[in-house]
Ligand binder design. Structure first.
Ligand SMILES: [Zn+2]
Length: 440
């Protein structure tokens, strides 16, 4: 029952979280329209025969949409690439020169803020002269926030329009140089320290994500959000290729002793109960801290008086009180909810102490079993002929390490084995079980 609620929430997120209209085969990249199926349904590729969950097809579709090839330079791009004479290369991205959304928004925001500031300051100046009080201490920082937002957005717009970017991979170093109005900002790192080159979401515009390029080393280098999609795709692939030779590759730790299909096998599914319990405790501590903040530090702020007339000060106070009381209530509800979830996860992890999950096979069946002191607590078995594959897909990252979800592919359905497993462990598990199943 619990499991099914979790699955239902996941399914809801899957249905409503992604508007993609097509999917791609995880093995051969062939595209097809998105089927009206559930996330755990299995889709078989007509071209290469690969069977994988609809979730994996969809995720791969999103990945490939943004994938380019290093040697496919987009037509009429303004980005130039030149050799440095020593086997390295320099890419130059000229200023976009387009009047963009940020500049427009920033200008409008600053204009409105200027008018409002003038009106408020003039009013309070007049009051000060007549009544002698000093509301400046409150008004100035209040207006300052609006000015800061406006200037920030305006500056981002200026950067998008006038900033020149130069990237170089040369002499064992990666360098990112940004120039705006003659001011140069330069960052560099050793090529060996680069962990990944990828497109990540920088911000959203009209509810659509806007991607930029991120080179991740000990720090993150970000650029290129104003480029066209095909330029981002090519540049990411090209930089990936230029930097990849110097990187250390992480290889799965699994070394098969004997190759090929096995009639009988029993493989432990890694599960770190200690890490889960500790994670739950940390979440609990943070949520308690949030609760304490909400209960004792935040202003209770229930509206004291309802405004009777269009008195600006009274109205502003009323709105401020209404806002802060609503905010505090939501804050307290949310903190309590998180604390409850943390307690549930903690006791769930404790309850699973001493348990071991295994995937086992004989000639007739493949089983997912949970053991405790040699006894089988749970058993879910499938006819071996129906189990066609086991697959790992990215589900996020923790402490900078990729985490994966592992599914067993049983004819028409993907059965979740683990949702949040260390990426290398997941790959090793998949390699070992695949081999035992005799799957290529
Ligand atoms: Zn395929």
């Amino acid at each position: 029952m619990r499991q099914s609620i979790v699955e239902k929430i996941e399914e809801f997120g899957f249905k409503h979280g992604s508007g993609e209209s097509w999917v791609a085969c995880p093995e051969c990249d062939v595209r097809s329209p998105r089927p009206l199926r559930r996330a755990n349904d299995v889709l078989k590729c007509e071209k290469c025969g690969c069977s994988a969950s609809v979730r994996e097809w969809l995720m791969h579709g999103i990945e490939t949409e943004r994938q380019g090839k290093a040697d496919e330079v987009p037509a009429d791009t303004k980005i130039t690439k030149a050799g440095d004479g020593l086997g390295g290369a320099v890419w130059k991205i000229p200023a976009a020169g387009k009047f963009d959304f940020f500049l427009l928004f920033g200008t409008a925001w600053l204009g409105i803020t200027a008018v409002v500031s003038f009106a408020i300051l003039a009013e309070s100046f007049k009051n000060r002269l007549s009544e002698g009080d000093m509301p400046f201490l409150i008004i100035v920082p209040f207006l300052g926030v609006f000015w800061a937002i406006g200037l920030g957005v305006f500056f981002a717009g200026l950067k998008g329009m006038f900033q020149k970017v130069e990237i170089s991979v040369s002499g064992g170093e990666f360098t990112l140089k940004k120039e705006l109005f003659g001011r140069v900002n330069e960052q560099r790192c050793a090529l060996e320290s680069i962990k990944s080159v990828s497109q990540v979401v920088f911000y959203s515009k009209n509810k659509r994500p806007v991607y930029g390029i991120q080179v991740k080393a000990d720090k993150k280098f970000k650029f290129g959000s104003a480029l066209r999609d095909d330029e981002k795709a090519w540049l990411t692939a090209d930089l990936e290729e230029a930097t990849t030779a110097n990187r250390k590759r992480v290889v799965g730790s699994y070394e098969p002793e004997e190759r090929g299909r096995k009639d009988y096998f029993s493989v432990v599914i890694p599960d770190s109960i200690k890490a889960r319990a500790l994670g739950a405790l940390i979440i609990f501590a943070v949520s308690i801290l949030f609760l304490v903040l909400g209960l004792f530090v935040m202003d209770t702020g229930f509206p004291s008086t309802v405004p009777t007339a269009w008195d600006a000060e009274e109205l502003i106070n009323f709105l401020k009180d209404l806002f802060s009381s609503t905010f505090r209530t939501l804050w307290l509800c949310f903190s309590t909810l998180i604390a409850c979830v943390a307690v549930y996860l903690f006791f769930k992890a404790l309850g699973e102490r001493g348990q071991e999950k295994r995937i086992e096979g004989n000639e007739a069946e493949v089983s997912l079993r949970t053991y405790k002191r040699g006894l089988v607590l749970k058993d879910r078995s499938f006819p071996r002929s129906r189990v066609t594959d086991i697959r790992a897909t990215n589900s996020g990252s923790q402490n900078g390490r990729p985490m994966k979800r592992v599914d067993l592919i049983v004819t028409l359905e993907a059965i979740k084995i683990a949702g949040w497993m260390d990426g290398d462990e997941a790959d090793a598990l998949v390699a070992e079980v695949r081999e035992a199943l005799g799957v290529k």
